[in-house]
Ligand binder design. Structure first.
Ligand code: CDP
Ligand code: CDP
Length: 228
């Protein structure tokens, strides 16, 4: 019986964090938690209530006051995990370009980060989780036993996201996707509260030229080392 650990996978947008985190969780029998989905759900709430827009403005005071009324959790279904916002399945809607354009300014609001961090720490109380995001290894679980920080070139990432959206019939132009990734990366890296950065003890993974199989094998190797 291996000891249960916390696995933190952070990095830039569309590097494949959720793809690798989900796969690894399945392989080792851990729970997968998509922290980005939680910020996306808050952004959707803010958009619907006129507290944020796609131009990047956020009514911080109103959003902060509304936080106690925003319940976010995950429901496990036969076709995977679904993100729930106040009991409503918003899994598809939170992946839209509209939400992508509003999410980073919303996620920069300190009270939003504190609320999500608390929730994420509760979800990881018993360990045995793989969580992906931007600040999991630095702020949410600074003591995580396994940390990976994922990067790839902006063009590679935009191509991956563009293909993904196209496969789901959610149209967006390549240039629009690339511009959005750059914009979010910039906001995520420069915000005051838990900015996107590599934890000193995180394994740096540039997967620009890596296949999914190579990536999975590498992660399993690191996992086996950390749980030995
Ligand atoms: O999948 P993608 O890279 O497009 O983004 P995501 O993981 O769904 O996260 C969406 C946004 O939420 C990011 O651009 C960040 O602004 C924010 N986020 C965050 O601030 N902290 C996290 N731990 C996860 C996401
Ligand atoms: O979660 P994050 O935004 O970092 O990325 P994702 O939603 O997992 O999307 C990454 C996309 O790139 C997926 O369609 C993967 O199949 C693809 N991909 C990858 O994840 N890793 C590679 N080494 C190559 C491609």
């Amino acid at each position: 019986e291996h000891k249960k650990i916390i696995i933190a996978i952070d990095g830039y947008s569309s590097t494949g964090k959720s793809t690798m985190a989900k796969k690894l969780a399945r392989q080792v029998g851990y729970r997968y938690i998509d922290s980005g989905a939680m910020y996306r759900a808050v952004a959707l709430y803010a958009l619907r209530h006129g507290m944020a827009d796609t131009g990047g403005s956020v009514d911080e005071a109103r959003l902060t006051a509304a936080l106690p009324g925003i319940a976010i959790d995950f429901k496990v279904t036969p076709d995977g995990q679904r993100t729930m916002l106040n009991g409503e399945d918003v899994e598809n809607e939170i992946r839209s370009m509209t939400v992508s354009q509003a999410v980073s300014p919303v996620a920069a609001v300190a009270a939003v980060r504190h609320a999500m961090t608390d929730l994420q720490q509760q979800m990881g109380r018993e360990k045995g989780i793989v969580m992906d995001g931007r600040d999991i290894g630095t702020t949410v679980f600074p003591d995580a036993e396994m940390k990976v920080f994922v990067t790839a070139s902006a063009e590679t990432r935009a191509r991956r996201r563009f293909d993904e959206l196209k496969a789901k019939n959610m149209n967006a132009g390549y240039d629009e996707v690339l511009a959005n990734l750059r914009e979010r990366d910039h906001i995520d890296e420069t915000r005051a509260e838990s900015p996107l950065r590599k934890a000193a003890d995180a394994f740096m993974l540039d997967n620009s030229d890596m296949t999914l199989d190579e990536q999975d094998a590498l992660l399993l190797r690191i996992f086996n080392e950390r749980t030995r």
